[in-house]
Design a binder for this molecule. Structure first.
Ligand code: GLY
Ligand code: MN
Ligand code: MN
Length: 451
């Protein structure tokens, strides 16, 4: 069991949450392990990030409770008689409580009537929440707790930022290892393995299933069946998860041979310019949707210059024609979850009064808040040749009006998908790029391949 060496950051967070709850009681379950086929074969356990944020330890089956006076207590399950045989001794409840700075009680004493709650990650615990409270956990009844959690977690404290920096370091190491392991004839599996090993050596896991693919046009491609060939671009979207749950999320795209073709480099530089422009806009007070629109405009300008898009760049963005090649949002919150707090739907990503747009170029945008110092976001523009978009009837008129067919045919043979993603912290001044040490310019990426 991993217990924090210092419980004070978690006690401070609990005090802030209690103050925000203003005398309302709350129930935050860690969640329970999920069985894969028989009881002792379990999927890897991951505690609720809300619980991790407030307690600092992943304790299967535990519950954090705040009473009306704002006092917190931890309810722990009693281990089975033979638990120590299979899993080793569990520290005594009093020792756990001391390490965490929390009063500890057995779960059989848990009483949660009328409490606010947030949905647990696993179905069995959510069903218990439903049975106890009489409504779906994390619904409208629970809004005061959910809003308080969003306010706290969206702006990272120093302890959280330290966790994100550790995750960034492991993530950068993975990308360097992936570039070094790439050569014509290597399989996607081999490159992925080198990346995961670099994180594993640091005691880190993966924050999400790695994407390591020569088919970068499949945005969340999670299979690795291909052999890398000279002329291919390899897209790797891989992020570390620290032992205490903090996430990294980085994408780099590199040429398998170690050299971009002229056409690949030209498109790569357009995506990179778009990412630079978007990162520069990540300043306090800026609306994140405007960061997305800045990335879109920069991409449109670059693609007009390349001869792939026709027209005036702002008009292209207004018509969503750039989204034929950049169909997703420019990024999201990052923290204890890679898409931080998306278990709460758009409550975390969208400021009150804002909602998802129906527009093709904005509908996949996961974040539309005004940026504040301490927030962490990803910036991840891309360029993709997606047959399901380019050849779809719905987009035929956009393609006819804005796309140069000759240039499209030329580029389609060379570029399938390019994404460049970094993790960025908003400050009072210039944005801090946590993952800046991962090679990124075309020259730096080429030098790192096979090195
Ligand atoms: N790794 C998933 C994403 O970039 O959103
Ligand atoms: Mn991301
Ligand atoms: Mn990513």
């Amino acid at each position: 069991m991993n217990l924090p060496t210092d419980s004070s950051p978690f006690a401070a967070r609990r005090a802030r949450l209690a103050a925000a709850l203003g005398g309302r009681s709350a129930w935050i379950p860690a969640g329970s392990p999920v069985s894969r086929n028989y009881p002792a074969a379990l999927y890897p356990y991951r505690a609720s990030s809300h619980f991790l944020y407030l307690v600092g330890a992943a304790l299967p089956g535990a519950h954090l409770v705040f009473d009306e006076r704002g006092k917190a207590a931890l309810y722990l399950p009693t281990p089975a008689d033979d638990d120590a045989l299979w899993h080793g001794e569990t520290p005594a409840p009093a020792a756990i409580g001391e390490a965490l700075g929390l009063r500890v009680r057995p779960t059989k004493e848990l009483s949660v009537d009328g409490m606010l709650t947030v949905a647990a990650p696993d179905l069995a615990t959510r069903q218990k929440q439903l049975a106890h409270l009489g409504h779906e956990p994390g619904g409208a009844e629970d809004a005061p707790l959910l809003d308080a959690l969003v306010s706290l977690r969206a702006v990272h404290d120093e302890h959280a930022l330290a966790g994100l920096r550790r995750a960034a370091e492991g993530t950068v190491a993975a990308h360097r290892a992936g570039m070094a392991a790439t050569r014509p004839g290597a399989t996607e599996h081999e490159v992925r393995t080198a990346m995961v090993a670099a994180m594993s050596q640091r005691g880190m896991g993966t924050a999400y299933r790695p994407i390591v693919s020569v088919h970068g046009e499949v945005l969340h491609n999670e299979t690795y069946p291909n052999t890398c060939r000279a002329g291919d671009l390899l897209l790797a979207d891989v992020g570390a998860e620290t032992h205490d749950g903090w996430a990294g999320d980085v994408t780099r795209t590199w040429p398998v041979s170690g050299s971009f073709t002229d056409a690949q480099r030209a498109v790569y530089d357009v995506v990179l310019a778009s990412q630079h422009r978007a990162i520069a806009k990540c300043t306090a007070g800026t609306r994140y949707r405007d960061v997305h629109l800045e990335a879109s405009l920069a991409l449109a300008e670059g693609l007009v210059e390349l001869g792939l898009l026709r027209g005036e760049p702002q008009a292209i963005v207004d018509a969503d024609a750039h989204a034929l090649f950049f169909p997703h949002g420019v990024g999201h919150l990052i923290g204890l979850d890679v898409h931080d707090m998306e278990d709460l739907g758009d409550r975390a990503g969208y400021a009150p009064g804002r909602a998802r747009s129906e527009r093709f170029g904005l509908g996949y945008l996961r974040l539309d808040r005004d940026l504040e110092p301490g927030m962490a976001v990803t910036i991840e523009p891309g360029f993709y040749m997606v047959p399901a978009i380019l050849d779809h009837e719905r987009f035929r008129s956009l393609r006819e009006e804005y796309v140069d067919e000759k240039k499209l045919a030329e580029l389609r043979g060379e570029v399938r998908g390019i994404r460049i993603e970094d993790d960025v912290v908003i400050t009072d001044g210039a944005p801090e790029v946590l993952t800046a040490a991962a090679p990124k310019t075309a020259d730096a990426v080429e030098a790192a391949v096979g090195a």
